[in-house]
Ligand binder design. Sequence first.
Ligand SMILES: *Cc1c(COP(=O)(O)O)cnc(C)c1O
Length: 477
Amino acid sequence: MKYLSTRGLATPKSFTEILLGGLAPDGGLYLPEEYPQVTRKELDDWRTLSYADLAFAVMSKFAPDIPAADLKAITDKTYTAEVYCNARTDSDTRQIAPLRTLEPGLHILELSNGPTLAFKDMAMQLLGNLFEYALDQQHDALNILGATSGDTGSAAEYAMRGKRGIRVFMLSPRGKMSAFQTAQMYSLQDPNIFNIAVRGVFDDAQDLVKAVSNDLAYKAQYKIGTVNSINWGRISAQVVYYFKGYFAATQSNDEQVAFSVPSGNFGNICAGHIARRMGLPIAQLILATNENDVLDEFFRTGVYRPRGTAQTFQTSSPSMDISKASNFERFIFDLVGRDSVKLRAFWGQVEAGGAFDIKGTPYWDALPGFGFVSGKSTHADRLATIRSTWEKYGMMIDTHTADGLKVGIEQRRPGLPLICLETALPAKFEETIREALGREPERPAGMLGIENMPQQCVVMDANVEALKAYIVANTPR
Ligand SMILES: *Cc1c(COP(=O)(O)O)cnc(C)c1O
């Protein structure tokens, strides 16, 4: 299987060839030439698989160029109870990504029981092992450079710590993350993890990463890579839990379901779209945004109008405070019938600071066929949903999952089982939980007092040369 770029101007490549890279050379995003199909027989066989075996079955379809025995060893090593079953003490502790039924037909798929208490661990841990494998094969090394305001950076560091051939340089805005998030990242003592606290805000850190990546000679010499949300390895690994959730919520493969997904960069729900295109019986993909509702606006009106930083609100579901969804291009590519010329025209408008509008085009008429509906949730909605879920079902959910649950219940088609994806645990957002419930969220035993552990990071001005010099000084020749 080959991967092609949404912009249509790049040479098709294999899974392992695109794994370590980011954007295609033409500025587009990679997608399989054709989505692999899952037969009815395969669906029946997959229904009873363990998570690790299901991950192997799904990933085999996306990465046929990795020898089966190697891929099996990687998925077995990644999806273990030690990594994924420690966080929630009230969960089914034997299962990876257990389904919690709130009432008949209403479920939460627990994806946040991994090391950093957010769903990003589901894919990132696999990516760490895939990267190590690919670099071993190529006798190569990689410097992963990223900027984070919280969840992505910690998930990347916990996935890459101690991995051969990989160093992580993670920039974060100094003093702008919660004490818990800061402690999670800065308490790591592994010699291949470098935390860099930038004097500035998140965008300053992000700009530094872009500046380094745009210096192509430096990037090649120091083997700079990324693990951001456009990485295909992450998207493909996220497809797996849609299958897992479907099997857990249904009795047979004749049933249809709805998934509700708290969304920001459109990575998580893009994986749901792909699972549906592979043949998983998903009737509805319900996209939930917070006050930053650029994606909800598109699905309601046909207008995609990314916003600037100044119009991006800081909310109590901060991992969805995104006004330009980096994976959205993948979906639009499918919506326009994989017409790269059309896609380039739309993104030309977006990159010039504008918008595009599909209302009145055949694409608007085609949209319902993709199963998407959307809605938005505000701070008051989050508080109310956290409260009602606690009172009615005795389950404490985080602010992002609350956005998904609120919009899911609002938009679900009657009679369809609804599976809400849990994207983080409440322990990560203590302040809002206190506001909603007047009590503290439970913390996993391993994370009690994490704020008091020794921390290490270097503090740096938002200066590209200083960052480059730091990477050079810490890259062995
Ligand atoms: C990353 C993240 C999201 C958004 O996921 P996307 O793939 O960017 O749409 C939602 N909730 C939490 C807690 C996250 O960390």
